[in-house]
Design a protein around this ligand. Sequence first.
Ligand code: OXD
Ligand code: MN
Length: 634
Amino acid sequence: MNIARVSSQIFLGQPAGAFKLTFRLLPRGLVMENIAPAIAPPSGMGERKSVNKAVLTWVHEVESLTAPENIFWCDGSEEENDYLLGAARRQGVVIQLNQEKAPGCYLHRSNPNDVARVEQFTFICTPAKEEAGPTNNWAGPAETYDKLHGMLKGAMRGRTMFVVPYIMGPPASPLSKIGYEITDSIYVVLSMRIMTRMGALASEKLGQKLDAEFNRGVHSLLELDPERRLICHFPQDNTIISVGSGYGGNVLLSKKCLALRIASYLAKKQGWLAEHMLILGAESPEGEKHYIAAAFPSACGKTNFAMLIPPKHFAGWKITTIGDDIAWMHFGQDGRLYAVNPENGYFGVVPGTSYKSNPNAMRAIERDTLFTNVALTSDGSVWWEGKDGDPPKTATDWKGNPWTSDSKEKAAHPNSRFAVPMRNNPVLDPKVEDPAGVPISAIIFGGRRSNTMPLVFQAFDWNHGVYIGATMASETTAAATGAVGQVRRDPMAMLPFCGYNIGDYFEHWLQAGPRLTNPPLIFNVNWFRKDADGKFLWPGFGDNMRVMKWIIDRCEGRGSAMESPIGFVPRAEDLDLEELEEVSSEMMRDLMAVRSNEWEKELAGQEKFFETLQPYVPKELLAQRKALAARFGR
Ligand code: OXD
Ligand code: MN
C-alpha cells in the first residue's frame, strides 16, 4: 500500500466523516489505495429507494456481489447534487472553478491512462457470435458474466454504491426508455444528472410493475487498470457491465452503451432506428422549417453543425438544436421519419471550441458545466487549444502538471470534454421535448476525408443512400484510443456503436425505405477536403449553412444539380456562395471534383470492406456497388 498517499488524503483537511476508508482489501488479499472512498451522507439523503421489486432485487444482488460500504439512491434533486459536488470536491474528484467567471462549473481530471473510448475492450455478448457480426468484438454471455462477476466481487468494498435511475428521451414519448446505472464513481453520478433525465422522475415512470422494462447497467472503476477494462453489452438481457474505466464514453452507460448499442438492437427488433446522428431544425426567413439528421463519426463536428450560426448573408435563417449526438427515429403514420433526442445534455469535444467556431456552445458552457481534462488557469478558469484569445502564459495541464505557453505538450487533452445540460443551449429547439419527435426531411452522412469525397452530393434514391451510408469512411480521431488520422470505414458512423450484426443493420435500413411513403432525402457531405498543400478547402462551421441551404432546396424540389456517377452534385452556381471571398472558383472546383483516379481507389476500398463483412452484406448493397462501378465504366 502507498501509505504516503493514503495518509496525505487523511491529512489534507478532509472533514471528519467524509471518508470511511482510504484503502481497501481486494479479494486476493492485496491492500490497495481506494480511488473512490465511500461518502457518508447526512440522514435523509440518498435514501429514496425504488418501489419496484425487480429493481430492489437486482440492486440487492449487485450489493451482495460488490460489497459496498453503503448504498446511495439518487433522486436527482438540487440538494443532492449540491451535496455530491461537495463530496466530490473533498475527495479531489472535481475542482470547483472560479464561480464568478464560471458559475456552476467544475473540472475533473481522469486517469491519464483512461481518456477515450476503448473499442478493443468493448464487447457484444450474444449467444451466437454471428448475432454480434463481423464488426464487433464478441464473447459468450455465460462466460462473460462469470468473468465480470469475478472482477466485481468485493469491488465496491469501502466505496459507496450509487443507484442512478434515468430516462432516455422525452418522458412522455412512447420511444423513451428507462435505465438504472449502478456505479461507484461520483463523477458518473454528476455527469448522468447532466446527460440524462435522472432521478425520482425515472423511478416514478417505471412504477411498481414487476415486469416493467428497464436497462440494468453496472459500472465499477475497479482500480482503473487498463488490463482490467471491459465494456460489455448483453442485448438480449438489456444489460450493460462496464469495469475499469472512468471515461465518459465507457461509463455513462446511458449514452453509447444504451442509447446506441442496446437501443440499435431493440430498434431492429421493434422496428425503429437508433442512430449516431445530430438533429437540427432550419427555419427560413419565410418561416419554412425543416428538420435534418446527420451522422458524422465521433469528433467530426456534430455538435458544431447542430448549433450552427449562419453567415451574415443568410440573415433571417434560424438553426435550432434537437440533439448533437444520438437520434431515435420511428415511422410516422404519414410515412415520414420522426426523431427524438434521447439525451438531456451534450458531452462535446472541447479543443477547437471558440466564440468563432461555435458561439452557441461557448455560451452554453459558460455555466453549469462539468469539464474533463482541460487545462486550469491561475484565475480558476479553464483553457484549451483553440479557445479564443492568446494562450495563458502559465496554466496547469490536464494531467495536473505545470504548463507554460512554451510547452511542447498540449495543455488540454485532444479528447477533453464538456458535459452541459441542453437547456443551456441558446438555440435549443422548442420541440425538443415533443413526445412525437420531429419529422426528418433529410439525412446527411459525412466523414473526415482529405480527398475523394466532394463537399456535398445527393443519393439517387433510398437504397443508393443506404449504400452511401454503408460505405462511409472517415479519418480516425482522438475520441477512441488508437492511431489518429487513418481512413477507416465507419458505416453510418455506427461502426463502434451498432449492437448487432452490421449486415442485419444494413438490411434494417433497406427495409425502412418501403415503409416510408415520404422518406427523407439522403446526402453525403465532406467539410474536410484538402488542397495539394494539405490546407482545408472549405471554411466549414457557419458556412456549412450554404450546403444546408442547397439540401433544403432539394427537399423542396427546387435546387438544381447535375447527375454524376456518385449521385446528384451541385454546380458552383447551384450553391449560394455570396460573400464567401475566401473560397476561389478553383477551390470550389477542387471541392466539388469527382475524380476517377480517386474513385478507382475508393471503389476498391469499398469492395475490400464489403469482403470483410461477408457473408452478411445484403444483395441489394452488392448490386449498388456494381452499379456504381459501372457508372465509372468498370
Ligand atoms: C462521443 C463519441 O463521445 O462519439 O459522442 O465518442
Ligand atoms: Mn458520438
